[in-house]
Design a binder for this molecule. Structure first.
Ligand code: ATP
Ligand code: MG
Length: 271
């Protein structure tokens, strides 16, 4: 991408820091990170367990406060001081989490999960038929059959179906930015590829900015434009996927790349 104008940045951070606890229990989870995410960019955030990825994504979502630093949304400092401002911000930024079971109210039927999204996007006054069409379109986007799901409850779906339903919600909500914190960890390789394809489709068709959080540097190379490598709360390297993964500069990045074959060896059942 050749665009570099500052107004193209939909989310930027300077000196973003999160410290948990104090004294002996003090943990610097995120340590003065800077970033600029562009509209329509597919970004992967890669790092080992405990490197601070989820903590950073919670700060981006405005679920936890920053200890230090500043986050700008669409070129302006974020406004999260009132419930109304937070709700406005969440129209622009949404997340799908590691555990899809945690993302739904289990006692709401699937059609009401999807209807909520339509209402949130100002579709409250659409006719029943128009709402049903929108729900069917969203299900179609993720290869789910709306007619088969409409009267079910989330706990009646398989893990893979539930994750696809999460993406159908995002399709209806159409946020500018989607944070996807290892949405693939619970499912098999085939569904995993499908989910990643759907994230790319969201990026391509709706021009969403996607921040994909993963341990898997191989996967990051496969899906993203830009990669940020995180170690102990700091970004040790970032750049285009080619730059970072084919020509890594930081020893930690090389270490992550060297680990890739080892990950697959563990799964070699014939060995
Ligand atoms: N609420 C909290 N209170 C205290 N420490 C926390 C809290 N949340 C996270 N931490 C600590 O911050 C560090 C970063 O945690 P974080 O969950 O961001 O890592 P992560 O990169 O998402 O790891 P994983 O890949 O395992 O999900 C860890 O040392 C963790 O123990
Ligand atoms: Mg995490």
């Amino acid at each position: 991408m050749s665009k570099t104008k500052e107004e193209d940045f939909c989310l930027s951070g300077r000196g973003v820091t999160k410290v948990f606890g104090a004294g002996e229990n003090r943990t610097v989870a995120v340590d003065h990170v800077d970033f600029d995410f562009r509209e329509g960019e597919f970004i992967s955030l890669v790092g080992e367990s405990g490197s601070g990825k989820t903590t950073l994504s919670k700060m981006l979502l405005g679920l936890i406060s920053l200890t230090e630093g500043e986050i700008q949304y669409q070129g302006k400092p974020r406004e999260l001081s009132t419930g109304r401002k937070r709700r406005e911000y969440w129209k622009g930024i949404q997340a799908i989490f590691q555990d899809p079971f945690a993302s739904y109210n289990m006692f709401n039927r699937i059609d009401s999960v999807l209807l909520d999204c339509i209402n949130m996007r100002g579709g409250r006054n659409l006719s029943r038929k128009q709402k049903a069409e929108k729900m069917a379109e969203a299900c179609g986007f993720v290869n789910l059959k709306y007619e088969e799901l409409t009267n079910k409850y989330p706990f009646e779906l398989s893990g893979g179906q539930m994750q696809r339903l999460m993406i159908a919600r995002i399709f209806l909500l159409k946020p500018k930015i989607l944070l996807a914190d290892e949405p693939t960890s619970m499912i098999d390789a085939c569904s995993r590829a499908t989910i990643l394809d759907m994230l790319q489709k969201l990026r391509n068709e709706i021009h969403m900015t996607i921040l994909f959080i993963t341990h898997d540097i191989g996967l990051a190379y496969y899906v993203s434009d830009t990669v940020y490598i995180m170690e102990h709360g700091k970004f040790v390297e970032h750049g285009s996927a080619d730059e970072v993964i084919l020509h890594p500069k930081a020893p930690y990045t090389r270490h992550l790349i060297e680990d890739v074959p080892k990950i697959y060896e563990e799964w070699n059942l014939d060995a």
